[in-house]
Design a protein around this ligand. Sequence first.
Ligand code: NAD
Length: 256
Amino acid sequence: MTLKGKTAVITGSTSGIGLGIAHVLARSGASIVLNGFGDPSPAIASLEQLGVQVRHHPADLADAAQIEALLAFAEQAFGAVDILVNNAGIQHVAPVEHFPVDSWDKIIALNLSAVFHGTRLVLPGMRARNWGRIINIASVHGIVGSTGKSAYVAAKHGVIGLTKVVGLETAMSGVTCNALCPGWVLTPLVQQQIDARAATGIDPQQAQRDLLAEKQPSQAFVTPEHLGELVLFLCSEAGSQVRGAAWNVDGGWLAQ
Ligand code: NAD
């Protein structure tokens, strides 16, 4: 399939899953708006090599006004936002009674409220064109819990609820809204958790094997490319009646 003429905004795409999704959409010809912290030059260069137009906007997605600025920037650059991948997310691990209040607020703002703001801002344009794809990168933690992750689990459950409502509210239109629920993907977000285990004296390779063995029956990581290909499917005609779904991509985590 081709996404030539379509514009995709992928939040939190200077690394990890977002960048992987950007690569798959760019290979299909979409113009790409990257967002995220850090130097975006390597990501921009790798995408431009695929022959597509790429822009980057450094909006802090924990701030609603900056989300508005990001989406206005994308519309100004390319005329429309056809595909919004709400991907930016952070993690903090601590027992609930010791969970820092500012970390709770930041995680809810970025992992949940940013999905609401992005959605409400792109929907009018998508409805006017009668085509759009909103794809929320939730998590297995949108369906089940794990200790130490109260804010993350609460936010991701919220994302799945929001996805269902938007899926219903757009059901009779050419706009769809769905969530992906990845298990472990080896990105900086998960590497931090492996490093925290290794800091207790465990060999880093063993820490990685332990992390997988506890939850993910395949004992293999999901990759950003796996998720990108699923996003591409949801953008296709064959995906047009997938609405309000929460799609596990988790090496069997949720089958247990
Ligand atoms: P990552 O840390 O590799 O990338 C996060 C991206 O978000 C980076 O580009 C970073 O610059 C950006 N970012 C961070 N704070 C931001 C902010 N305030 N505003 C804008 N951008 C910001 O993380 P990842 O593992 O690729 O995670 C991406 C998404 O996938 C997250 O929503 C995460 O919850 C979800 N997820 C990850 C895994 C996993 O195993 N890695 C599993 C399930 C779900």
